[in-house]
Design a protein around this ligand. Structure first.
Ligand code: UGA
Length: 431
């Protein structure tokens, strides 16, 4: 497994737990040293224990030196980063190509090389060409095998996936992939074998479709506010239709994270390069970007149109619960905009404050939700961590200057909050 980022580490560990012998390779010595000392560089529930178990049982290894592991491998996963390239929105493939070059010279016997990183359509062809050019004698096949892991639920998503997608036309490679995922046959997980390019596109299309769903319900939420409807009931009312499905219909402050923003942008570029219009995806990007800032306006409006000199308590900073990931988190835009309007921010997040500290300035990071709320003019719930779902509301009221709550994740019921003496607003629910 080349790359011990989020995807590499979770996938490598889960493959080891399936019974395979896995070596995770990374150039970052500090990371590998930490992993060899049992320290996990990312926050993912259950991962620490699973790594420890598989290291103990001698199926999982970490190293900076790829040579032995590559030579003896039947399958090599490329799980390095594909960040948005600065300036043009394309995925930056330099790490993928560097990995391909590096492994090419070391291959021995038939080896399957798998792109796990999210890569634009045609990247597999390029990886194949690089390996062929660097080592014309190599016996190999390049396969696309996208991941569909959600941060915070990644282990379960890996072990109990809705489907596995394998993109290759090489029969020997299909056999190796089937062997790798054999434990999933027991659960009768569908394994879909497609052409490589189709598999590469499935990944982008899946993420873009989910982003469309979220953005659609967010716009419907705005409409609900204007026409006196309730978006949660609309979601339920449409989600029970099996053709629509109830998931990813929670209105909120807009999607963030390391995947949807990056992948929608990359898909839009892939389409433009191929001469195809993806107007829906382009609109989703535009609407979602604007939405994050609009959430700050919601807070300003709630406080009567002026937040200058006001103190705002922000609960939750990460782009979603159960992660410390701050990439493209709505909280970043919200804080920036509120600060530019003269507000002071006190914030608390159970996992992401260290990361947030690198991205935000002049924010007072607090010791807990009640500390953040102390003497604030309003509480803004930005991420739906479980611990914010059952706050001691009497305590919240006594700590605030005035009992005001903006709930951007709809985790409280409007009637209940009103009955408890709060001035309360949320997303897409008018009363
Ligand atoms: C996403 C996909 O769900 C995974 O299948 C995929 O493998 C991954 O990207 C990836 O490409 O690596 P992730 O970014 O971890 O996973 O997070 P999600 O749970 O999908 O949430 C993304 C964002 O959408 C969050 O900001 C979340 O708050 C928001 N969201 C999600 C909503 O606002 N409403 C919803 O109903 C669902």
């Amino acid at each position: 497994m080349i790359g011990t980022g989020y995807v590499g580490l979770v996938s490598g560990t889960c493959f080891a737990d399936f019974g395979h012998v896995v070596t995770c390779i990374d150039k970052d010595t500090t990371k590998i040293d930490a992993l060899n000392n049992g320290k996990i560089p990312i926050y993912e529930p259950g991962l620490q224990e699973l790594v420890a178990k598989n290291v103990d049982e001698e199926r999982l290894f970490f190293t900076t030196d790829s040579s032995d592991a590559i030579r003896t491998a039947d399958a090599i996963f490329i799980a390095v980063g594909t960040p948005t390239r600065r300036g043009d929105g394309h995925a930056d493939l330099s790490y993928v190509y560097a990995a391909a070059e590096e492994i090419a010279g070391l291959l021995e016997g038939f080896t399957v090389i798998i792109t796990k990183s999210t890569v634009p359509v045609g990247t597999g062809d390029e990886v194949e060409a690089i390996i062929q050019k660097t080592n014309p004698d190599a016996d190999f096949a390049v396969v696309s095998n996208p991941e569909f892991l959600r941060e915070g639920a990644a282990i379960n998503d890996f072990k109990r996936p809705d489907r596995v997608v394998v993109g290759t036309e090489d029969d020997k490679a299909v056999e190796v992939m089937q062997e790798l995922y054999r434990p999933l046959y027991l659960n009768e997980t569908p394994i879909i074998v497609t052409k490589r390019r189709t598999s590469e596109l499935i990944k982008y299309a899946a993420n873009a479709f989910l982003a469309v769903k979220i953005t659609f319900i967010n716009e419907i939420a705005d409409l609900c506010e204007n026409v006196g409807a309730n978006v949660q009931e609309v979601s339920r009312g449409i989600g029970l239709d099996n053709r629509i499905g109830s998931k990813f219909l929670h209105a909120g402050p807009g999607y963030g994270g390391s995947c949807f923003p990056k992948d929608t942008l990359a898909l839009s570029k892939i389409a433009a390069d191929a001469g195809s219009d993806l107007k829906i995806v382009d609109s989703v990007i535009e609407v979602n970007t604007a939405r994050k800032k609009k959430m700050a306006d919601k807070v300003v409006d709630f406080l009567g149109g002026d937040v200058n000199g006001k103190t705002i308590a922000l609960l939750g900073l990460a782009f979603k619960p159960n992660t410390d990931d701050m990439r493209d988190a709505p909280s970043i835009d919200i804080v920036e905009k509120l600060q530019s309007c003269g507000a002071k921010i006190r914030a608390y997040d159970p996992a992401s404050m260290e990361e947030a500290g690198k991205m935000m300035s002049d924010v007072l990071f607090c010791d807990g939700p009640y500390h953040a709320i102390e003497n604030a003019d309003v509480v803004v719930i930005c991420t739906e961590w479980d611990q914010f779902r059952a706050l001691d509301l009497e305590r919240v009221k006594s700590l605030l200057k005035a009992p005001k709550v903006v709930d951007l994740r709809n985790i409280y019921k409007p009637d209940y909050m009103l009955s408890r003496g709060f001035e309360y607003t949320s997303v897409g629910r008018s009363y």
